[in-house]
Design a protein around this ligand. Structure first.
Ligand code: SF4
Length: 147
């Protein structure tokens, strides 16, 4: 069931015009710790990190994740472990979870600078996706048997 939901969700997200987001990082501060994801998404990230293309992600995981909110220097938040604080981008972009792909395109996660409109059907897709079991990356990691 999870895989079907994920396939549908990825197909939906792939059909969204991401052109307005190209080069924009206005929603970067929303990349906070605790992003929920399905197990297959967690496994895809792990596989990505294990390969040569995951070198940047492995480096970024070691960064200090306390970052100031844009426009402040004394209000801090904890960024997602894959958020590249120094370069202002996602270090696992090709395998980022669905919630990241839909950010800015659905009413629940609106574009902070109102640059992109909500996509018809995104809310329904989000609801279906939300019914499948989800945990944070750290929680899925903790569930794994010790090596
Ligand atoms: S996985 Fe990438 S896009 Fe998603 S919250 Fe983390 S840094 Fe942001």
């Amino acid at each position: 069931m999870e895989l079907i939901v994920l396939q549908d969700a990825r197909r939906f997200a792939t059909g969204i015009d991401q052109a307005p987001c190209d080069g924009c990082d206005a929603c970067g501060a929303r990349c906070t710790a605790g992003v929920p994801m399905l197990r297959p998404e967690f496994e895809a990230i792990q596989a990505y990190l294990a390969g040569p293309e995951g070198a940047e992600g492995r480096r970024v995981e070691q960064e200090d994740k306390q970052a100031p909110y844009p426009g402040t220097d004394d209000v801090f938040y904890t960024a997602c472990r894959f958020r590249d604080i120094e370069r202002g981008r996602c270090s696992i972009y090709p395998v980022r979870p669905l919630v990241c792909r839909l950010f800015g395109h659905v009413e629940w996660l609106p574009c902070p600078i109102e640059k992109v409109p909500a996509v018809p059907g995104a809310l329904e897709m989000m609801r279906r996706y939300g019914e499948a079991p989800q945990k944070t990356y750290e929680e899925w990691l903790a569930d794994q048997p010790a090596a």
